[in-house]
Write a protein that binds this ligand. Structure first.
Ligand code: 6PG
Length: 477
């Protein structure tokens, strides 16, 4: 075979990825369950590069140079297993199967182990950036063996987005499921970023009394500063858009129930298992879920709320500045929590993930791309064993400088009855981490009272129990 890479599954992500490889000079073998799609793609985009349209699985495999590299771009779950089983028997030792879907990392671990035992490399790759990213340069998060990256990495780095300093946004994340795990956390952070932006919008609308068009302007301004990011940029576009049919702001004609395909939910489920407090990300997932409970919302619509006094123009402007601070501070917290989860996953599974490299490949191509990520990369490059992003000197200084305004915004939201679960949870996380003493001591006392669960003391080693039902003397536990 002569194709350096093969793509099977030619829905929009697969198509665009195949075209991206071809445009970068690679010969690309194409395969799809419905063969007519394969031919159509090769015909339509044949002038972009060299495609080999394969009619059958056997033809597809035969078209690939060895070691074969074939990317599966089908739905996560059973369809992925079915396609793996279709191709694995046709492959030879050292060939590489790549899963570019949004697979659960536990599935990737299972598949990698199974195929490794059959002599085949299995690489679970997180790909971010949507359709446009796939075509023009996504952020790529490959797991799998280091040998597989040696064969695959140069191709991925060629088609990946490039950071401003030229660094490709692809790097070997770590063995087996590491790539899909990091993509999962990327999506958890994506949910949090989106929720925080939505809260900022809600506050500017309800408390400051701004129109969607004015909020679009505000976001455009923020996008020239430290919040410079893809998500802020597209938010301004969405808010500035007018619905053609009604002439109303587009955002006012869309049903206010957020959906999800599940990667944000996975992030929180796994965080609970790992014991990592990702409260901001969790609130983002719950906020989507709450919005979808139409009947519950309907049944609660007449519950009383505060009577809000409108702000003057000058007050509104001042408030908007405070919201920018609250948004930035909460964003630092989401990333702190997300990177903590990657660190914990890396320790649990022995992946040895380089957190600075993760920040580096999120700088371009992906949905959460932002100027901010360069700063995170710097923080981890300065100190690879940074216990938390909040312990980086610069981030600590910035969040410290924002905290007064952050509190004012959360207080205003509470006073005015505007829900800000993301801002509030992030602020609580910040306050809990900096607290000298937490009421967890009382929780321990309660546990010991009703269940003799024991506690540790501040002044002596060991575990202790108080005889609560007796003379309340203390015994060692
Ligand atoms: C990306 C995105 C993408 C994801 C959805 C999010 O990084 O390109 O994260 O992979 O599938 O766009 O989907 P939901 O909001 O439906 O969960």
């Amino acid at each position: 075979g002569t194709a350096q890479i093969g793509v099977t599954g030619l829905a929009v992500m697969g198509r665009n990825l195949a075209r991206n490889f071809a445009r970068n000079g690679f010969t690309v073998a194409l395969h799809n369950r419905t063969a007519s799609k394969t031919r159509a793609l090769a015909d339509e985009f044949g002038d972009e590069g060299t495609f080999i349209a394969a009619e059958s699985a056997e033809e597809f495999v035969a078209a690939l140079e060895r070691p074969r590299r074939l990317i599966i771009m089908v739905k996560a779950g059973d369809p992925t297993d079915a396609v793996i089983e279709e191709f694995a028997p046709l492959l030879e030792e050292g060939d590489v199967i790549i899963d570019g879907g949004n697979a659960h990392f536990a599935d990737t671990r299972r598949r990698e182990k199974d195929l490794r035992e059959r002599g085949i490399h299995f690489v679970g790759v997180g790909i971010s950036g949507g359709e446009e990213g796939a075509l023009h340069g996504p952020s790529i998060m490959p797991g799998g063996s280091p040998e597989s990256y040696a064969s695959l990495g140069p191709l991925l780095e060629r088609i990946a987005g490039k950071a401003k300093d030229g660094t490709p946004c692809s790097t070997h994340i770590g063995p087996d499921g590491a790539g899909h795990f990091v993509k999962m956390v990327h999506n958890g952070i994506e949910y949090a970023d989106m929720q925080l932006i939505a809260e900022a919008y809600h506050l500017l609308r309800s408390v400051a009394g701004y129109s969607p068009a004015k909020i679009a302007e505000t976001f455009r301004t923020w996008n020239t500063g430290r919040l410079d990011s893809y998500l802020i940029e597209i938010t301004a576009e969405v808010l500035a858009h007018t619905d053609e049919a009604t002439g109303k702001p587009f955002v006012d004609v869309v049903v206010d129930q957020a959906e999800q395909k599940g990667t944000g939910r996975w992030t929180v489920q796994i965080a609970l298992d790992l014991g990592v407090p990702v409260s901001g990300i969790a609130e983002a997932v719950f906020a989507r879920s709450l919005s979808g409970h139409a009947a519950l919302r309907e049944a609660s619509a007449s519950l009383p709320g505060p009577v809000a006094a409108p702000l003057s123009e000058a007050e509104a402007e001042r408030f908007a500045g405070q919201v920018e601070q609250a948004l930035y501070a909460s964003k630092i917290v989401s990333y702190t929590q997300g990177f903590h989860q990657i660190q914990a996953g890396s320790e649990e599974y022995g992946w040895n993930v380089d957190l600075g490299a993760v920040a580096s490949i999120w700088r371009e191509g992906c949905i959460i791309r932002a100027a901010f990520l360069d700063r995170i990369r710097e923080a981890y490059d300065t100190r690879a064993d940074l216990p938390s992003l909040l312990s980086d000197k610069q981030f600590a200084e910035e969040i410290g400088a924002a905290q007064e305004d952050w509190r004012a915004v959360v207080a205003a939201a509470v006073h005015q009855g505007v829900p800000t679960p993301g801002f509030a949870a992030s602020l609580s996380y910040y306050d809990a981490l900096r607290a000298e003493r937490l009421p967890a001591a009382l929780t321990q006392g309660q546990r010991d009272f009703f269940g003799a669960h024991t506690y540790r003391r501040t002044d002596r080693e060991g575990s202790f129990h108080t005889l609560w039902g007796g003379d309340r003397s203390e015994v060692t536990g």
